[in-house]
Design a protein around this ligand. Structure first.
Ligand SMILES: NC(=O)C1=CN([C@@H]2O[C@H](COP(=O)(O)OP(=O)(O)OC[C@H]3O[C@@H](n4cnc5c(N)ncnc54)[C@H](OP(=O)(O)O)[C@@H]3O)[C@@H](O)[C@H]2O)C=CC1
Ligand SMILES: O=C(O)CCC(=O)C(=O)O
Length: 447
């Protein structure tokens, strides 16, 4: 496929899916990076690999009708996007959030396919979720919704078919409820979900893996640039699973974490959060509507809460956006630039929009996309699947070492494919490294 044929594919996607902005954003970012590799390979063109990689293999839609704890009937929309299974069972999280739409899940499933290919583990890509908003709900409602969602989803998944996990608003508690319902309906105790409790087939380090893996990747970037994480000032967005564990690992490595945030504002700690602060937030996150304002009250250290503001105006060396897609826009990137930020690593999926990324590349700010930097979570999920398959449970230290080594390998692949004369283009490196693996597997398996 020549550049003009790529234009044909891009315009086909734009016309056919004109109302799916996030999906178009994610596909166009990858397509622009892989043109040279694709155009130079007759087999990829012959097998129409680029088009087939953009389109999900299967999309499952279902209505989740359930009765809440007050006896009222509620109706939600649920999906599972089974994007690509060439490298293994579909694998990727479930998101419960009012903003969930087909476009959001298609972008996430597409990104997941590339991310999973980078891990080197045998996992295809998928993503699912529902437009259910768990905020402000009682525990019983959460359980009832998870059970109703699984009653629909269960017929489409299996340990060799599709293995969901958590994502925004789906953590260990929700995975427990989902798993219990699957087990009751199927009479099978199998590794059909990851992120399970340690008592029933879960893996050590899965909870920490995305945030820890992000900082292991950051450490590899720092080493490649002859510097260290130690002593750096880090601004982080989000206050969920990824953000808090990234903050914890940064502090372990001697960095100063200045901010955390959520959809209502950000919390600034000028002297840097202590390990105790972050551990307290991790432990109490589910007990407070706003864990950050609660932390401000609880902590011994002075902290300032800024309502309805983002953290990117705070001066730091490194920014780790760990909340959600398109949370860091051009004006935020300009703030980072003005304050001397040198590195941006995505803990969330696609948090930096294309205009923000342009600011980074024009100004030599190192940018690492989520599909590389946050791959530690799904990598540990792959290790959980492996443990389930042989009825074993590995030690925490063994898994932490494996996580670090997987992140270092991904970093190395990005360097190999993304090196230019003057710097490393991590986004291009990640896209090309993942694409080559996927394309080779697709060619090998025929049509
Ligand atoms: N969990 C995992 O293993 C992995 C997660 N990711 C990605 O990381 C990101 C965070 O996931 P995770 O930490 O698990 O989710 P959580 O549900 O644990 O936390 C999400 C955090 O993001 C905040 N947030 C959500 N929407 C917005 C918004 N529009 N503006 C500002 N803040 C917002 C939430 O604030 P509030 O409470 O106010 O809504 C909350 O603090 C997502 O992009 C996810 O896809 C990527 C790889 C693996
Ligand atoms: O662990 C998993 O399967 C999924 C993790 C995830 O949703 C992600 O990487 O975005």
């Amino acid at each position: 496929m020549s550049t003009s044929n790529f234009d044909t594919l891009t315009s086909f996607l734009k016309t056919r899916f004109h109302d799916q902005a996030e999906y178009l954003q994610a596909t166009s970012e990858v397509l622009s990076d892989i043109i040279p590799i694709y155009s130079a390979n007759e087999r990829y063109k012959h097998y129409d690999i680029a088009r087939r990689l953009c389109l999900p293999e299967r999309i499952i839609y279902f209505t989740v009708t359930w009765m809440n704890s007050a006896g009222e009937v509620e109706v939600n929309q649920g999906w599972r996007v089974q994007h690509n299974s060439v490298m293994g069972p579909y694998k990727g999280g479930l998101r419960f959030h009012p903003s969930v739409s087909l476009s959001v899940l298609k972008f996430l499933a597409f990104e997941q396919t590339f991310k999973n290919a980078l891990t080197g583990l045998p996992m295809g890509g998928g993503k699912g979720g529902a437009d259910f908003n768990p905020k402000g709900r009682n525990e019983r409602d959460i359980m009832l919704f998870c059970q109703a969602y699984m009653r629909e989803l269960q017929r489409h998944i299996g340990e060799q078919t599709d293995v969901p996990a958590g994502d925004i608003n789906v953590g260990a508690r929700e995975i427990g409820y989902l798993y219990g319902e699957y087990r009751r309906l199927n009479n099978r105790f199998e590794g059909v979900l990851t992120g399970k409790g340690l008592e029933f087939g879960g893996s050590h380090i899965r909870t920490e893996a995305t945030g820890f893996g992000l900082v292991y990747f950051l450490d590899a970037v720092c080493t490649a640039q002859n510097t260290t994480v130690e002593g750096k000032k880090v601004t982080i967005s989000g206050a969920g699973n990824v953000a808090l564990h990234a903050a914890l690992k940064c502090v372990h490595m001697g960095a100063r974490v200045l901010t955390l945030s959520n959809s209502r504002g950000f919390l600034y700690c000028e002297h840097g959060y202590s390990e105790n602060d972050i551990n307290w937030a991790i432990e109490h996150a589910s007990q407070y509507d706003n864990i950050l304002t609660a932390l401000k009250e609880h902590s011994q250290h002075p902290m300032n809460w800024y309502s309805n503001e983002k953290p990117w105006g705070i001066k730091g060396d490194i920014a780790l956006p760990c909340a959600t897609q398109n949370e860091l826009l051009e004006e935020d990137a300009q703030h980072l630039l003005a304050h001397g930020c040198q590195m941006v690593l995505e803990g969330a999926n696609m948090p930096c929009d294309q205009d923000a990324q342009a600011v980074f590349s024009q100004n030599n700010i190192t940018f690492v996309p989520g599909k590389a930097a946050n791959a530690g979570g799904v990598a540990l999920s792959g290790l959980e699947m492996a443990q389930n398959a042989v009825f074993s449970q590995d030690d925490r230290d063994v898994l932490d070492n494996k996580l670090r080594s997987i992140m270092q390998n991904i970093h190395q692949r990005c360097l190999e494919e993304g090196q230019t004369d003057s710097n490393t283009n991590y986004a291009r490196g990640a896209n090309i490294a993942a694409f080559k693996r996927l394309a080779e597997a697709m060619v090998a398996q025929g049509v």
